[in-house]
Design a protein around this ligand. Structure first.
Ligand code: IPM
Ligand code: MN
Length: 362
């Protein structure tokens, strides 16, 4: 029987609760579809940092490199200064494991309320491919005369041609395979580059040139479109049905996927994958650790469950992933009263049970 070795990082706040439900659903899918997951927990996060001062020890990172995939709950602690855990753990994992794609589907499931009037699951159904290693996230910059009235701070958006090209290739491939002709020109699937070529005339000029060069040469079957990031935010609200597959840099991708998450019913539903196509990938609910709900059993585990679904799809268990998605849709469409923490009509673990049962029943 095929066995996948999974590193599980439950993390902080409600991370452990939602990860537990994701694991429950994975176990159901594995039983039903005939594979095994061998799970190893890693104690990484705010609590460990407070206890030992460590974020991501070298030995843990070395260990994690040997796994087939990583399932992450949430990282973030109210007592730890912002930036330390994010940079020291989450971004460190993404960079060290060279997870250069951050795949974030924006998909409205049946029964889920969206703040966008008159739009439903038909209209809100696209994916964002966020580059995940470069841009303002590289941490290049600094202060001069810090603390004085002449203080200067700078932080630089950096992209190499290699980073841009590998991301674009992956996005074009994804659009070719999974696009849905939503905005297809003729009958082609569409890849939309999201940039800011009118102001960021260096970085997004590089993106734009590479986009058309690669698209023209290697993906004539995929239609190319472009929009500025500010206009993109407008269209995501006004006409989300226009979008099929979007590709963008790290910073814009971070921002527009929170907007996208709200349109798909909020942080309780949004999942993402940090993908290294040749290496170890990591899957996570994109919301935070929600410390105020910790231990109450009220948080929505569906985002974590969907992260698990993306993980098994990535590992090649397409049928099992499809079954989990079907089960999630059944639960959102026919069971939950609301997606919001405390208002689901079920506890966190009951929601996990509902999805797991639906997977088993098929
Ligand atoms: C995300 C988060 C992270 C990011 C933070 C926590 C570093 O907002 O995954 O979108 O900015 O990438
Ligand atoms: Mn974010």
């Amino acid at each position: 029987m095929k066995t996948y070795r999974i590193a599980v990082i439950p993390g902080d706040g409600t991370g452990p609760e939602v990860t537990g439900e994701a694991v429950k659903v994975l176990d159901a899918a594995a039983t039903k579809f005939g594979f095994k997951t061998d799970k190893t927990p890693f104690d990484i996060g705010g609590e460990r940092y407070k206890r030992t001062g460590e974020t991501l020890p070298e030995s843990v990172l070395a260990d994690i490199r040997s796994f087939d995939a990583i399932l992450l709950g949430a990282i973030g602690h109210p007592d730890v200064k912002p930036g330390i855990l994010e940079k020291g753990i989450l971004l460190q994992l993404r960079f060290e494991l060279d997870q250069y794609i951050n795949l974030r589907p924006v998909r409205l499931y049946p029964g889920v309320e969206t703040p966008i009037k008159d739009k439903g699951p038909q209209e809100i159904d696209y994916v964002v491919v966020r580059e995940n290693t470069g841009d303002l996230y590289t941490g290049v910059g600094g202060f001069s005369m810090k603390g004085t009235k002449d203080e200067v701070a700078m932080q630089v958006a950096i992209y190499s041609r290699m980073q841009v090209e590998r991301c674009l290739h992956w996005a074009f491939d994804y659009a070719r395979k999974h696009g849905k002709k939503a905005r297809g020109v003729g009958d082609k699937n569409t890849l939309t580059l999201v940039g800011k070529t009118n102001v960021l005339t260096f970085v997004y000029d590089l993106w734009e040139r590479a986009f058309h060069e690669i698209g023209k040469r290697d993906y004539p079957d995929v239609a190319r479109d472009y929009c500025h990031v500010d206009a993109c935010c407008m269209w995501m609200v006004k006409s989300p049905e226009w979008f099929d597959v979007l590709v963008t840099g790290n910073m814009f991708g971070d921002i527009i996927t929170d907007l996208g998450a709200m349109t798909q019913g909020g942080m309780g539903l949004a999942a993402g994958g940090n993908i290294n196509p040749q290496g170890v990938s990591m899957f996570e609910p994109i919301g935070g650790s929600a410390p105020k709900y910790t231990g109450q059993g009220v948080i929505n585990p569906l985002a974590a469950i969907c992260a698990g679904m993306m993980m098994i799809e990535h590992l090649g268990e397409q049928q099992a992933a499809d079954a989990v998605e079907k089960a999630v849709k059944l639960v959102t469409g026919t069971k939950l009263k609301s997606m919001a923490a405390g208002r689901m009509g079920y506890s966190t673990s009951q929601v996990g049970d509902l999805v797991a049962e639906a997977v088993m029943k098929g």
